[in-house]
Design a protein. Structure first.
Length: 431
């Protein structure tokens, strides 16, 4: 994501009136010197000096205010309007009058701020020393945008010069990806964990394998799944009797390791991938799922791990949807790690939980990694952007991933429906 430029205050300047005074004074001084007219010399110097004195007055005018800023809603989605409310309090012992304001907003935010500041009484007086200023803005896309500082335009009493002063600090506006409502009830693609298992029994004859997982320390002996244990050669327990929330894995391609063929399109496709990740994550969390978000690049979402690690972010109810969206607001494409560190800590989940891969432009190594992980997940669905190489998509399909094409953000709901059909042979588990 490109760097966001900070707004700069205007440099001190003369108004049109002040510039006129300055020019007129210079002309009179020149005429007086050439024609030896002492009276005009005095008037000329006076006209030239007035704008200079006014400019010095605007620059040296003390401005002491306290500024607080809030947003409503505090975390908007891309493309949604938000209202900015500024509380300005005069801290000076002199009244604040004759000023105009505008808030420092990056050009990526379509903002309409500005206006005249009402007269504020001196601090501590019985009259009003605080005012509320507000305006609306529309962020075009996700990101973290610094808003501020507040810029006050101070002028002299005669309107000959002005100087803009930055006051207060900046406040970060977190803009989350757009979330598309996915088909089916808000309970997600599974109403209850038992519903998934029942559907898996209907769609897979080896149902004992699908509802069993490896033994973990602390599991009671009564949960041991003896038929699955005999077939696997290791102790397996019954997954459907395990308490807690069901889990799912979402794999997001942040490395774009195959980039180069679609330089101009990869970044746009990545934004679609982030929106799809947000939509699936919110949908699953609303259905009481704990969602593990695995990034093919270095980790940017793992809570409690230094940025650039290899862990997965885990998000679940309550509140996990908001945390996920806040994290996705600042996710960027990264350079993939090299060697064994590229895969360390990723995808090492023992249960056969559902997996959804959102892929933009993977390389051969990423494809081999995902193919090797296929046996860990059931079902395993890959949403592939049109920037993916056909050979990579074919290799994933051969490994058992159900590949669903997606071209734009408008296709998200339709792609999810197609994924449900592929997962469960036409059974819409969200209904």
């Amino acid at each position: 994501m490109p760097a966001i430029p900070r707004p700069r205050p205007w440099t001190p300047r003369f108004s049109l009136r002040g510039a006129g005074f300055l020019v007129a004074g210079a002309v009179l001084v020149g005429y007086a010197v050439l024609n030896d007219v002492s009276e005009l010399l005095f008037v000329g110097w006076l006209l030239a000096a007035l704008p200079l004195i006014a400019l010095a007055s605007a620059i040296l005018r003390p401005v002491r205010v306290e500024v607080t800023r809030r947003f409503a809603p505090d975390i908007p989605a891309g493309g949604s309007p938000t209202r900015v409310v500024l509380t300005v309090r005069n801290l000076s012992r002199k009244p604040l009058a004759g000023t105009r304001w505008r808030d420092g907003t990056p050009p990526q935010l379509a903002a309409g701020s500005g206006g005249r500041v009402p007269v504020l009484a001196a601090a501590g007086s019985s009259r009003r020393d605080t005012v509320l200023l507000d305006y609306s803005l529309i962020p075009g896309r996700r990101g973290v945008y610094p808003v501020g500082p507040l810029l006050l335009l101070c002028t002299d009493p005669f309107g000959l010069a002005s100087c803009e002063r930055p006051v207060g600090g900046t406040t970060d506006l977190v803009v989350t990806p757009r979330v598309t409502a996915l088909p089916g009830r808000r309970s997600g693609f599974a109403r209850e964990e038992g519903d998934v298992h029942e559907l898996l029994r209907q769609s897979n004859a080896d149902s004992e394998e699908l509802i069993a997982r490896e033994y973990r320390p602390g599991d009671p002996v009564r949960r041991v799944n003896w038929p699955a244990t005999a077939r696997r050669g290791e102790i397996m327990v019954r997954q459907e009797e395990q308490g807690g929330s069901p889990e799912a894995v979402v794999i997001l391609d942040t490395a774009l390791a195959g980039r180069g063929r679609h330089e101009g399109r990869d970044e746009h496709a990545f934004e679609i991938a982030v929106e799809l990740t947000a939509s699936i994550g919110v949908h699953l969390i609303a259905g009481a799922f704990r969602v593990h978000v695995v990034e093919l690049g270095t980790s940017q979402l793992a809570v409690g791990e230094p940025r650039g690690g290899t862990g997965a972010g885990v998000f679940g109810p309550p509140g996990g949807d908001r945390t996920l969206l806040e994290g996705l607001a600042s996710v960027v494409t990264v350079t993939p790690a090299q060697g064994d560190d590229r895969w360390r800590g990723r995808g090492l989940y023992s249960s056969r939980m559902p997996a959804f891969a959102i892929l933009v432009d993977i390389d051969e190594d990423d494809g081999a990694f995902l193919a090797a992980l296929r046996s860990r997940y059931e079902p395993a669905v890959a949403f592939v952007l049109d920037t993916m190489a056909a050979a990579r998509v074919d290799a994933l399909a051969e490994a058992g991933w159900r590949c669903i094409p997606i071209r734009s953000a408008r296709d998200i709901a339709e792609a999810w429906s197609a994924g449900q059909q592929a997962m469960f042979g036409g059974v819409d588990v969200a209904r």
